[in-house]
Design a protein around this ligand. Sequence first.
Ligand code: HEM
Length: 436
Amino acid sequence: MLNPVSQDHRMPPTITSSNIREMVRNPLQFFQSIALEHGDIVCYRPAPEPAFLINHPNYVRHVLVDHNKNYTKDTYSNRLFGKVVGGGLLTTEGDQWRKQRRMMQPAFHHTRLEQLDGMIVESAQSMLDGWQQAFESNRPIDIAREMAALTLTVTTRSLFGVDLGDEVREVGEIINQAAADLERPSSPRLIESAQKFGAVIDRIIQQRKQDFKDGGDLLSSMILARDEQSGDEMTDEQLRTQVMTLMLAGYETTASTLTWTWHLLSQNLQYMDRLRSEVRETLGERPPCYADLDHLPFTDMVLDESLRLFPPAWTLGRRAICEDVIDGFYIPENAVIAICIYVLHRHPKFWDRAEVFFPERFSAENSRGRNKFSFIPFGAGPRQCIGNNFGLMEAALVMACILQRFELHSIPGMEVHPQALFVLRPNRDVMMSLHA
Ligand code: HEM
């Protein structure tokens, strides 16, 4: 065992009068203020189990990549997630996780994602047909609600195929309930809604397996998956757990990305104009497709800048299996490590005018020399998001479809702030007016 204080290492600064109530009330402000006051590593809760905030890209790399074997995902929020969905890809560890990741990876291969573009565009266009009436009668829309409904449809259809019909709505209502209950962990309904969620997914899996044909959807790909080492296929229980994981991990994160992007663009109309020009020049009137995504560089920059300022997965947690030393600071065994991505993405040492929405910072030229671990909206290392490309593809296609038809302006005087729940959500409805 190491001596916490020696010639080679020392204890990180510790907050003595830690205001845990403040952390629960407003974690973003709490983490931002302790990082500003105490530096890139700080112990914000000495007992019962010590917890450390790390806020330097090199420390992030240490925990998530270089020494990832010393850190597990055994944290409070992961246990809660596991209680709802069981041992899926997001929460398992070790060999079990490695085997699941190997089997799930092909579902996210670009040859599978390519097959989903038509469904995403069709879903977006059907939403836009619904907006036409609001546009004609000058009625504002709630963009947060619209993006959530759209990404729920897209997630459900990409998982199960387009033939789900009325069940999309049923699955939608159930998943919404489960996601809401995750935010109120003491709710007695948590287990009940998890069981309901599982039962609907089981029913869909059974139907699909009875008369199986590969529909290009993610569930088909998971049913077909065989572990290259053991030859095993996924059991029904594993299929259910993975489907629930993908729904919960994929739908609200993408909805949040799109909502914050519209919020930022509506406050920076010069960028909305530039995006519309890019979309018009690249696509004209024709609907976007997967192959177009390589030709919309400004769209990528806007999405990155939105993910920097409002990362949907605003925090990551890990637990140290053994004691460790990070850049000379002692970390005891069993310590909790928090990475607040929201605060890291606004670190003044790594981001010039960090609070300003400036998509050009993500141009190839301006990105040169940047520490890769200062921008981690999808995490890093082996546990990096498996749906990364899917989420970005969906967001870019939806943005292009919307911009071909409308511009969105915020309603004057409406203030929106981030709320750090299961994902980073706006604290209220986000009303916008539609312009041709
Ligand atoms: C813009 C949207 C998204 C964001 C910002 C996001 C963010 C993240 C982050 C930060 C992690 C790492 C968690 C950790 O290290 O503790 C993660 C993991 C994961 N995400 Fe995403 N995600 C997004 C979209 C999606 C989508 C669309 C899916 C699936 C359809 C998905 C499925 C997953 C899964 C299964 C994991 C666990 C991977 C593993 O541990 O092997 N995500 N995501």
